[in-house]
Design a protein around this ligand. Structure first.
Ligand SMILES: [Zn+2]
Length: 463
């Protein structure tokens, strides 16, 4: 079989692996390139998948950088199945709807610029109809059940502990009378984190394609981070201050809600108003709760005892823009979670504008902040922030909560690999900046005497 790397090769977005045998052609993930302009332009390249020859798609999880290019397939006439767990398919539907809206706005802005420069307008990458065509193709699969994907290819998904329903994929490929097992790690979550189960390792494989997002660093423990967060929140409650949390809709929002409910239950924090000021986060939270059988045992016990529901009684969803604006008049203490996660737009912006000049305000940074984003500027201690055409003074305290990552750190990745290491799989490291991939590969060499490969975009390997 051949495997082509159609994304996340030397960076962390655009995950897509094309597996080609003499009898079948399938994709594992079909993600969107995110971030800088050059990267978004990569989404415009015609994917090198010959139309009509693709048999199936298997999804690891519902994040945009793993599912965002799916509508390009239906736009090109793809009619085959798209396999994933139920939460993955639900989250993917939600994420694609949001992505379509953002693309529409971006395209409008881009085309206004092009019109001024007398350039022809750009066509949309895909349209609503292409997204709608995906739904009938989706096929829900359960963890740990082997299912046929395409002629000669079977798959099994196991929990990857990254977001609800996230999976690592094991493909068993039969070709010319030989069987080979290839494992795709997908995005791996941290071990011992609350709410979700730990990533499930594999005992053997002929080849493994694994992520390396944090292959070059170790996280602060989540336990310490949670304690620090609780202290900051307790102080803010005392000061009747607002706590602003820029969030990504899927993952961190639900983890934070869960931790807050736990603190209310244990009375380490008094109940106080929490606002989920993001329609997408509200919907993602609903998807989490309707798949709560996939929670870890502690979280499941909180669901069953009713403690989670009681703990979240003070969490109020803000769906309409008017409800979001009304929060400007609400007095503290309260905690507001709003997007976008890196403060590049969205409702968090007007909360920041109103509250950054107030010294009692606490800003909690719970996710990765790309260089150049307003979120990163806050982390780096900016004294002012340009927002809505004015310079807003930053008098609020800004706290970076490093331990809330949804990705395993270097030790977590090494431990996950360590279980299958004795089977000496061919090891391919992807989904990481080159610095992280290199550092991680060096560790693989040191710990397991494994020489890992780091393919570039569009590279192909034969297994
Ligand atoms: Zn992810």
């Amino acid at each position: 079989m051949r495997i082509r790397f159609l994304g996340a090769a030397g960076d962390v977005t655009g995950s897509a692996y094309h597996v080609i045998t003499k009898d079948a052609s399938i994709l594992v993930d079909c993600g969107f390139f995110q971030g800088r302009k050059a990267e978004s332009a990569k989404n415009r390249r015609t994917a090198q998948i010959e139309d009509g020859k693709l048999d199936a798609v298997v999804l690891t999880h519902g994040h945009l950088d793993h599912i965002g290019r799916l509508p390009l397939l239906t736009r090109n006439g793809y009619k085959g199945p798209i396999f994933g767990t139920r939460p993955t398919i639900n989250l993917a539907t939600l994420v694609l709807k949001d992505s379509l809206n953002i693309q529409k706005q971006d395209l409008k802005r881009e085309n206004q610029k092009r019109a001024r420069a007398k350039l022809p307008p750009l066509e949309p990458l895909f349209e609503e109809a292409d997204v709608r065509k995906l739904k009938p193709l989706t096929a829900q699969v359960k963890y740990n059940q082997r299912f046929p994907v395409a002629p000669g290819i079977e798959a099994r998904l196991v929990d990857a502990g990254h977001v609800i329903g996230s999976s690592s994929v094991e493909l068993t490929v039969s070709e010319n009378g030989h069987k080979k097992v290839v494992v795709f790690s997908g995005d791996l979550g941290p071990r011992g984190a609350p709410l979700l189960n730990d990533p499930v390792p594999f005992t053997e494989a002929d080849a493994v394609i694994m992520e390396s997002t944090y292959g070059d660093r170790t996280h602060r423990s989540l336990h310490d981070t949670a304690i620090e967060g609780r202290e900051i929140i307790a102080r803010a409650i005392q000061n009747k201050a607002k706590i602003l949390v820029p969030v990504f809709a899927i993952g961190r929002t639900q983890l934070l809600l869960y931790l807050l409910a736990g603190a209310f239950k244990k009375k380490t924090l008094p109940p106080f108003p929490i606002y989920i000021d993001s329609p997408m986060a509200i919907e993602a939270t609903r998807i989490y709760r309707s798949n709560n059988e996939l929670f870890d045992s502690e979280a499941l016990a909180m669901v069953q005892s009713g403690d989670l529901g009681r703990g979240l009684a003070s969490a109020r969803p803000c769906v309409k823009p008017g409800e979001s604006r009304a929060l400007n008049g609400v007095k503290g203490p309260c905690l507001i979670m709003a997007g976008s996660g890196m403060c590049t737009g969205g409702r968090i912006m007007h909360h920041l504008r109103h509250n950054l000049p107030i010294p009692e305000t606490a800003v909690l940074i719970v996710g990765f902040q790309s260089p150049g984003t307003p979120g990163r500027k806050l982390v780096d201690g900016a004294k002012t922030l340009m927002m809505f055409g004015e310079e807003v003074p930053v008098r609020a305290s800004v706290h970076t909560m490093g331990g809330f990552s949804a990705h395993a750190d270097q030790n977590g990745l090494l431990d996950w690999f360590g279980v299958m290491a004795p089977s000496r799989p061919r090891t391919i490291v992807t989904h990481g900046e080159d610095r992280a991939r290199k550092a991680f590969s060096e560790q693989l060499k040191k710990r397991f005497s494994v020489t890992a490969e780091c393919p570039a975009l569009d590279d192909e390997i034969e297994i």
